[in-house]
Design a protein. Structure first.
Length: 243
């Protein structure tokens, strides 16, 4: 079995923003597609885990980008599992352009959840051994996001387009909400250089979500709160550099 997985994706028109630059949420979709492909290859994919009443849930995600692919270009993704961090299953990744130059990297933390109790499970619950790669794309693992948000940005109701196969909001949509917190002028003057997401609670069809933002030491913090139960849905930290 392949301990490291490789995929290549073409950046199509529906993956880019008004500047023809790959959207962060599309890049996150590419990564999760590759993570799923590798999990399937290793015998720990969606169908295999369903038979054990288990599923993977992305809980923490951090990414650093040196440059963003443009419409028509191709992006190569290299990803691999590398052990555990407490209850988190760690998966690292790297992004390369068509010339083979690394343009980004990141770390993700996944929870293996029991479909009945929704409680995290340890490695022993899996009926297979995952590769324990020693390579790391980054020295650190994403920690809890400590956000300070004091400005209400917008409120939205969850409808059809944001719901996935589990009747939850697809986590890549959270990143779209993060980007929706900024004005057009901000994107013209700045480019996203890194972000960290911490997913804290599920959101369902019909839920009303309120987004808040705040200036942090190096960028901007974003927080989403469900208006029904007042739970924090996710927290994000973003950093930018001048265009």
């Amino acid at each position: 079995m392949d301990a490291v997985w490789n995929d290549t994706y073409k950046v199509n028109s529906y993956h880019v923003d008004f500047q023809k630059r790959l959207k962060p949420s599309a890049l996150m979709q590419f990564f999760q597609e590759s993570a799923g492909n590798h999990a399937e290859h290793l015998g720990a994919g969606y169908e295999s885990l369903q038979t054990q009443n288990l599923f993977w849930a992305l809980s923490r995600f951090t990414m650093e980008m040196e440059s963003w692919p443009l419409w028509g270009e191709r992006i190569h993704i290299r990803t691999w599992p590398c052990g555990t961090e407490g209850l988190f299953f760690r998966r690292d990744f790297q992004f390369f352009n068509e010339a083979g130059k690394q343009i980004g990297r990141g770390v993700s933390g996944w929870l293996l959840l029991d479909g009945g109790t929704m409680r995290p499970q340890r490695m022993a619950r899996l009926t297979l051994d995952l590769p324990l790669n020693e390579e790391r794309s980054m020295d650190t693992f994403p920690q809890r996001v400590i956000s300070s948000t004091d400005t209400e940005v917008f409120t939205k109701t969850i409808l059809y387009n944001e719901i996935d196969v589990n009747l939850h909001v697809n986590n890549t949509r959270y990143l779209d909400w993060v980007m929706d917190c900024f004005a057009k002028e901000h994107f013209i003057q700045n480019v996203l250089s890194s972000f960290t997401l911490e997913f804290l609670s599920e959101t369902l069809w019909g839920d009303e979500i309120k987004l808040f933002s705040g200036k942090s030491e190096l960028g901007y913090s974003i927080e989403a709160i469900s208006q029904g139960n007042q739970k924090v849905v996710f927290k994000a930290e973003t950093k930018w550099h001048k265009s």
